[in-house]
Design a protein around this ligand. Structure first.
Ligand code: MG
Length: 313
């Protein structure tokens, strides 16, 4: 078969991109026929924690094993080190005033980067015991910060330091007023990615400690979580980081075989409506760009992006 990649090794991506795969007609409204997946950064070992910094028009992410955080400048395309060492930083978000919030494996804590660059510790233990290795963090409708604490960062010396777990994997809430730490979910084997629906009524949580991986959904009302249920089963692999778009679809990083890995998109009713396939295992997703209509995907050694026809929640 004629292979255009051999004839034109630097050939631009095709429109429409065959890596953007529809499984349900609803997906067609979310993607653009004249957009293609772009690889915007490489040279990392395990990328995670993409955060769009709107006022600087840049994306910041973690390169966990290399103990650094990276930055991609939207206008120049330049990639540089944002912070090193990063204490094997993993997931991140911004608080209601725009300060960067970071999960750190090595130091087993969640921190806030102040405007002057100094670091404030928001959480490093619960009831006198050290956290495991905070993995991912999101902002709740009441501006509290919710983070997951599985054991991945203490299982070995590659993405943190090997250590005994002192407390069960859980989801925690940091109060926006008092800073008090509250444990809000226990039960999932390895709670990982998390996000809230755009209407604030549903809390989504990924469990990567079971196979196939699960995406759970909890009703959230008046600051309280209801009973969780299975929202989606990642048959054939697992998810990791997730994000909602403005109309309530869940964009889930997917890890599995070729043709599976990338991003899977679930409608609010849980239907798998389409995929963005990537050549590497995907760890997390973030909507960014000035109009928040550009999907950024951290995937193994690289970062990818795709303009879409919907904005982030
Ligand atoms: Mg994660």
């Amino acid at each position: 078969m004629y292979d255009r990649s051999t004839r034109w090794p630097d050939a631009p991506g095709a429109y429409p991109d065959p890596a953007v795969v529809q499984a349900d007609p609803r997906f067609a409204e979310l993607v653009l026929p004249f957009a293609t997946v772009e690889r915007i950064a490489g040279g990392c070992r395990w990328t995670e924690g993409p955060v769009w910094i709107g006022d600087q028009r840049c994306l910041v992410w973690s390169d966990i094993p290399n103990n650094r955080m990276m930055k991609w400048d939207e206008q120049s395309g330049h990639v540089s080190v944002w912070r090193a060492p990063s204490n094997n930083a993993n997931g991140g978000t911004r608080d209601v005033t725009g300060r960067l919030i970071t999960c750190e494996h090595l130091t087993r804590r969640v921190t806030r980067t102040e405007y002057d660059g100094s670091i404030t510790v928001l959480a490093d233990g619960f009831e006198g015991r050290r956290l495991n290795s905070p993995n991912d963090v999101t902002r709740a409708p009441d501006d509290s910060l919710w983070f997951t604490d599985p054991t991945y960062g203490i299982l070995g010396d590659y993405e943190g330091r090997r250590a005994a777990s002192e407390t069960p994997p859980a989801v925690y809430r940091i109060d926006p007023g008092t800073g008090a730490l509250e444990r809000v979910v226990v039960g999932p084997v390895q709670p990982n990615g998390l996000c809230f629906s755009p209407d604030g009524g549903t809390f989504y949580l990924v469990d990567t400690g079971v196979r196939p991986g699960l995406i759970l959904a909890y009703p959230y009302r008046d600051g309280a979580l209801g009973e969780g249920r299975t929202f989606a089963v990642m048959e054939g692999g697992s998810s990791d980081g997730i994000a909602c778009d403005a109309v309530g679809n869940v964009w889930a990083a997917a890890q599995g075989d070729d043709g599976y890995r990338g991003v899977h998109v679930f409608a609010p009713d849980g239907t798998d409506i389409g995929r963005v396939l990537l050549p590497e295992q995907c760890s997390n997703v973030e909507f960014g760009g000035p109009l928040r209509n550009r999907l950024f995907m951290t995937a193994s050694q690289s970062v990818y992006s795709l303009y879409v026809n919907v904005t982030g929640a």
